[in-house]
Design a protein around this ligand. Structure first.
Ligand SMILES: Cc1cc2nc3c(=O)[nH]c(=O)nc-3n(C[C@H](O)[C@H](O)[C@H](O)COP(=O)(O)O)c2cc1C
Length: 182
């Protein structure tokens, strides 16, 4: 991966299929990209599907990295300029805000230096919960740029705020961040 590359960290939201569209859109634009997945995310969609769409191995197991590089969490972080958590579950946001590094994407997040973006997606009650709001505030205070969430019908069938932002809005945010580092 070259400088100017994007690390797309995918967590286990019902909106996970839209991360495939984000990856596909970035690839169409020729943006170098590595996808990382939480353990829970790999239960919703298999890594090979993200590999097919992104054209690169997916980093999802800290202790069995695909490329034969034991320090893949450091390598991917060093080579990227923009870290994007999309969709970002309540759990993923909480772990990131706490500085926990217990899987591939959270460990890479701590090793990364550059522009951070997060795109929350969750049920509206989870979104409004004071713990989630506190964790979102911690990331924002640390300079993470937030895209979304939007309001409307949620994956669970309820209405409220918590929908993953539109793919175009997320990709525009990524392009913006790439401009800042180029
Ligand atoms: C079908 C399904 C959909 C889910 N969607 C969401 C979601 O959109 N947002 C969220 O915060 N959690 C959601 N969850 C719960 C998370 O998957 C759960 O908190 C998990 O531990 C998150 O792990 P991760 O953050 O490591 O990916 C969902 C769970 C299931 C079973």
């Amino acid at each position: 991966m070259a400088r100017g590359a994007v690390l797309l960290a995918v967590s286990a939201s019902v909106a996970i299929h839209r991360a495939l569209d984000i990856a596909s859109e970035l690839r169409k634009r020729g943006t170098p990209l590595r996808v990382m997945m939480t353990r829970a995310a790999t239960k919703l969609i298999t890594p090979v599907q993200f590999q097919a769409v992104s054209g690169a191995p997916v980093f999802h197991d800290l202790f069995a990295p695909g490329g034969g590089d034991a320090y893949e969490h450091l390598t991917v972080a060093r080579e990227a300029s923009v870290f994007v958590a999309a969709p970002a579950t309540a759990d993923f946001i909480a772990r990131l805000a706490a500085g926990i590094a217990d899987d591939a994407p959270t460990t890479a997040a701590l090793a990364f230096r550059g522009q951070y973006i997060f795109c929350p997606a969750m049920n509206w009650r989870m979104w409004e919960h004071p713990f989630t709001q506190r964790n979102v505030g911690i990331l924002e205070a640390a300079g993470w740029r937030r895209v979304g969430p939007d309001s409307g019908e949620l994956g669970c069938g309820e209405e409220g705020t918590g929908r993953l932002a539109a793919v175009e809005k997320i990709v525009a945010g990524i392009q913006d961040a790439l401009m800042k580092v180029s």
